[in-house]
Design a protein around this ligand. Structure first.
Ligand SMILES: CC(=O)N[C@H]1[C@@H](OP(=O)(O)OP(=O)(O)OC[C@H]2O[C@@H](n3ccc(=O)[nH]c3=O)[C@H](O)[C@@H]2O)O[C@H](CO)[C@@H](O)[C@@H]1O
Length: 369
């Protein structure tokens, strides 16, 4: 299969695209991939580092209000469409996949105009602007949350495939996760992570919670602070507890997240799309604290969806304190029945086959061309 991937801005759009690419190559070793992204986006660094050919298309986002900048954006969009058409004519893909972010706009639009089959993937419960615009042109819209199905009424075909990042984590080995933390297999672990960059509000709650943790003596707390917050958080934690107890494991970042997730009994997390896909693929019960600093508050919509199914509890950041967080953790960790009900609900939401479901859709689109 010859496939063009496009999507960018944040890792949340790039990693799903790469997971789809990986699955395509796994199913057919002779496949070729071209990634089209913004020259300034994170994708311009991540994608070439993975050995995938990368071509840039300049683009900027629309302001939500009418402005002179938007006229410039339209001009840039049209220029992006022309450049995308050139790249597509040269590479001759069988299919084009967009995973959101501004750069997808001209690329997927150009592909549709050239009659190349297209699929877009939406990661969030509340869809992004670019994907909403592209839905009527794409051959297929793949969503990650059932809540967003009605938001794509204009689509030719719409399927709930989950997020392909889920496929990565189910292959990881939990025993390696315990080992990397220096813990025996089967230890009870509460993992706390504030997204890939860490979250100050969550770190503050972690520190405030430290004096209470003795009430759960058999539980290990893995505190992932985010790299930039690590030193400050450690300083504050040492003020609260000069000799940090053995069951508290503060870390700046986890490079083996899938393995540690496999070992976790409960996770306290932000509700970014990749995190949720990973958590539910493994059927982990969770306490979700949506980041209030994201477009349209979309993490709250993600968290609400998981909480409504019984797989998670949601704490809104303004109600977050060390005490309130500990009470949530304590009541779940001391109730085996609750843990197992939440875990079942989480597993039901999980879509570990997501990447292969999406690739099946791609094959259908190519056949029907
Ligand atoms: C802050 C932000 O804007 N996040 C958005 C971004 O998130 P994105 O999808 O990047 O998601 P998350 O914030 O959920 O990212 C966490 C990712 O980093 C990994 N990780 C994290 C910590 C760590 O120590 N090690 C590690 O490997 C996690 O396993 C996961 O894969 O795009 C998503 C899709 O549009 C949105 O839903 C998110 O709201």
């Amino acid at each position: 299969m010859r496939i063009v991937l496009t999507g960018g801005g944040t890792g949340g759009h790039i990693y799903p695209a790469l997971a789809i690419g990986k699955q395509v190559v796994e199913e057919d070793g002779s496949s070729s991939i071209l990634y089209i992204g913004s020259p300034n986006g994170l994708e311009s660094r991540i994608v070439p580092a993975q050995g995938i050919p990368f071509e840039p298309v300049e683009i900027s986002g629309f302001r939500r209000k009418l402005s002179f900048e938007n006229i410039k954006t339209v001009m840039r969009f049209l220029k992006g469409v022309r450049r995308s058409k050139q790249l597509l004519r040269k590479f001759k893909p069988d299919v084009v996949v967009g995973t959101g972010g501004y750069v997808c706009g001209p690329v997927v639009y150009a592909a549709a105009k050239l009659g190349i089959p297209t699929l877009i993937h939406e990661q969030n419960a509340d869809p992004g602007l670019t994907n909403k615009f592209l839905a009527r042109y794409a051959g297929c819209v793949a969503v990650s949350f059932k809540e967003s199905l009605p938001r794509f009424n204009a689509a030719k075909r719409i399927v709930n495939t989950g997020n392909p990042c889920a496929t990565n984590v189910v292959r990881a080995i939990a025993d390696n996760g315990y080992q990397s933390l220096g813990l025996q297999s089967g230890s009870r672990i509460v993992l706390m992570v504030g997204g890939s960059r860490g979250a100050k509000a969550m770190n503050d709650a972690m520190v405030d919670m430290v004096p209470l943790l003795g009430r759960l003596p058999d539980v290990h707390f893995v505190f992932v602070t985010g790299e930039s917050y690590y030193d400050g958080t450690m300083e504050r934690m040492k003020r609260v507890m000069p000799r940090i107890s053995n069951n508290i494991h503060p870390l700046p970042y986890l490079h083996n997240m899938p393995e540690v997730l496999g070992a976790a009994t409960l996770i306290v997390s932000r509700s970014g799309a990749s995190s949720i896909a990973e958590i539910t693929a493994l059927g982990i019960p969770s306490i979700l604290i949506p980041s209030p600093n994201v477009t349209n508050n979309h993490q709250e919509a993600n968290a609400r969806s998981v909480a409504q199914s019984g797989a998670a509890e949601m704490i809104i950041e303004k109600n977050l304190s060390g005490e309130s967080l500990f009470e949530h953790i304590y009541s779940i960790m001391t109730d085996e029945q609750r843990l197992s009900t939440m875990s079942e609900a989480s597993l039901k939401l999980g879509m570990p086959q997501s990447a292969s479901m999406i690739v099946s859709e791609l094959k259908k689109l190519i056949e029907d061309r």
